[in-house]
Design a protein around this ligand. Structure first.
Ligand code: ADP
Length: 239
């Protein structure tokens, strides 16, 4: 990776769904150890952008680079192997498997994966060691969210995409999530992209935010500056 080059760079991403342009020339850069918040009203293209980065969807125009390498046309599996991991808005866990088994599933995703031994360390750092043998569907929603993050981290990702990680969490769990994201950034040096409806969380945790509106970036910069822009306020009011 060239000095100063971002870990992840999306340039001019366009994604169309039949008649609708969900992403209309989006640029995004994410550095190692950085938390970037992606916000914007419903339907502005946030999840589509995450799907295009993870490889669940292909962009129609533009380019995606990871460590300077062009991954625009790479499969989802190959992106996962090169270190792109994500969590889902609606948890995608194996409910009838144990916490440990769910995390082990994540080991296969990436070539840089954690060793079997490190899984215990990962479970500990996510405060999941006590419930490691329990079946996931018996656990609280907040704990299941942590399992999902543990599974994503098992592949030792360099880029972590968190799609609404605070959805369904209470205040205490959200505060824990915030600490967890901070640890992931500082101790693992991951670049983290966060989408969430909880503005306190996103504005509080992010080094930078990007605001999307109708598939276009209408603000990029300091979190605290976003809602000082009339354009951002207007987009949220739906005017
Ligand atoms: P957000 O995550 O910001 O709420 P989305 O990325 O989910 O926005 O959606 C952006 C736009 O693309 C919306 O108008 C949505 O209806 C549309 N869209 C998303 N996924 C699909 C799809 N698979 N097929 C058709 N339209 C879609």
């Amino acid at each position: 990776r060239e000095a100063g080059a971002p870990l992840l760079r999306v340039t001019g991403a366009v994604k169309r769904f039949s008649g609708l342009t969900a992403l209309d020339g989006v640029d995004l850069a994410l550095a190692a150890g950085e938390v970037l918040g992606l916000i914007g009203p419903n339907g502005s293209g946030k999840t589509t952008l995450v799907n295009c980065v993870s490889g669940a969807l292909r962009i129609d125009q533009g380019e995606i680079r990871l460590d300077g390498r062009d991954i625009t046309r790479a499969s989802r599996a190959s992106r996962a192997k090169s270190g792109v991991a994500r969590t889902f808005q609606n948890l995608k866990l194996f409910g009838e498997l144990s916490v440990r088994e769910n995390v082990l599933v994540g080991l296969n995703a990436s070539s840089g994966a954690t060793s079997l031994k490190d899984v215990e360390g990962l479970l500990r750092s996510l405060r999941l060691e006590e419930v490691a043998r329990e079946v996931v569907s018996n656990l609280s929603y907040g704990t299941q969210r942590r399992v999902e993050i543990a599974r994503a981290l098992a592949g030792n990702p360099r880029v972590l995409l968190l799609d609404e990680p605070a959805a369904g969490l209470n205040d205490g769990e959200t505060a824990e999530l915030r600490e967890l994201i901070d640890e992931i950034r500082s101790e693992r040096g991951c670049g983290v992209l966060v989408i969430d409806h909880d503005m306190n969380l996103v504005l509080g945790i992010s080094d930078r935010v990007q605001v999307l509106d109708e598939g276009t970036v209408i603000y990029e910069g300091e979190p605290q500056g976003a809602f000082k822009q009339q354009r951002v306020v207007t987009a949220y009011l739906g005017a």
